[in-house]
Design a binder for this molecule. Structure first.
Ligand code: FAD
Length: 318
């Protein structure tokens, strides 16, 4: 199995990769396999699997009072990675987040990945738990992704948390981090955001994957600004084909991104769900062709549990 950065270095043309979600609790893994299988024909070089932390739900008790419970709706990131690797012989990239983990728990999770032969991770801070106003670091955990990157990079040099270990085995993780062409929503401006992005690279990250964007000009401008700040690692563009009309409101609300006017106009004119899907496919193909012409390292598609549109797009590109 190979590292993402090796795939990029060895590539003769733009690569194809995917991000998928673990199944909801109670759903079978077969559904996920059925979703991914048709995409394997296009030879994705790696598949990212998201991590979903706990959230609070309220359960009504017999006495009428509400009980607050902490649950995880999509557990299984690491096992899904191992299962995909085993079934499709593809590299997988588990997302690993700061929120909800002490440094020790992070170390244990990394040891699990190392033993499974998974040498790629995407290191993220994670969002706040639903109901919390802003991100609250777990006591004994990391506050920002750059600290998590440092911990992983330390393990790659054989530095575990305990300094009493005799000759600990270095891990060999390739570390990806997130970047935001339209700025991370908490950052006061893009320049400040890039300062912290650079810190993630200086602390040991090998490449960047961007938040989804629908206007390539934003990506090209971002790459230029990153380079001006001295960020020279590969920047993988993240693409999301629109599949429903409601996404023109939901995606900007949830991901703090802009939608181009032409795309909104085209979607608003659609009469059926299939029309919307077709507009989403055509838009993503158009974006992809321009990105490929500009020799981006890889096109990374956010599947959000649905693969049909990506299948159509990939069939035109790879
Ligand atoms: P950071 O890099 O830590 O940045 C967070 C904010 O803090 C930014 O505004 C930054 O400018 C600022 N900042 C960074 N470092 C410092 C510092 N040292 N001092 C002061 N300010 C600082 N979330 C999940 O829960 N699970 C997932 O699987 C997941 N996958 C994702 C995949 C991609 C490709 C992307 C783009 C996002 C993903 N997210 C995921 C969402 C992500 O967790 C959130 O966007 C989160 O709010 C920020 O994470 P980050 O790693 O970018 O944080």
């Amino acid at each position: 199995m190979a590292k993402v950065i090796e795939h990029i270095k060895n590539a003769k043309s733009t690569l194809f990769s995917l991000e998928i979600l673990p199944p909801s609790t109670g759903e079978s893994i077969q559904k996920l396999f059925d979703n991914v299988a048709p995409l394997m024909e296009f030879k994705p070089k790696f598949i990212d699997v998201t991590y979903h932390r706990e959230e609070y739900v309220f359960k009504k008790m017999p006495n009428g009072l509400l009980e607050q419970k902490s649950i995880r709706k999509r557990p299984g990131t690491v096992s899904i990675c191992a299962a995909l690797m085993h079934k499709f012989n593809v590299d997988t990239v588990p997302h690993i987040i700061c929120g909800g983990f002490t440094k020790e728990e992070t170390e244990y999770a990394l040891i699990d990945l190392n033993f499974l032969g998974i040498d790629n991770v995407l290191a993220l801070r994670g969002d706040s738990i639903k109901g919390q106003k802003s991100f609250e670091p777990t006591p004994g955990g990391h506050r920002f992704a750059d600290e998590l990157v440092s911990q992983i990079h330390d393990m790659n040099r054989g530095h575990y948390l305990s300094d009493e270990l005799q000759n600990p085995t270095p891990t060999k993780f390739c570390i990806g981090v997130a970047g935001y062409p339209e700025k991370h929503f908490e950052s006061p401006n893009l320049k400040t955001d890039l300062k912290y992005l650079k810190k993630k690279i200086e602390n040991g990250a090998d490449y960047i994957v961007t938040q989804m964007f629908f206007d390539n000009a934003k990506y090209f401008d971002y790459v230029e600004k990153c380079q001006a700040e001295g960020i020279t690692v590969p920047i993988i563009p993240g693409l999301k084909p629109i599949t429903t009309k409601s996404q023109i409101f939901n995606l900007p609300r949830n991901f703090f991104i802009d939608m181009p006017e032409d795309l909104i106009d085209a979607i608003e004119k659609c009469r059926t769900d299939d029309d919307v899907k077709n507009v989403g496919i055509e838009w993503a193909i158009h974006q992809s062709k321009e990105l490929i012409a500009n020799k981006v390292p890889c096109l990374h598609f956010y599947s959000m549990g649905k693969s049909t549109s990506i299948q159509h797009i990939a069939s035109k590109l790879f």
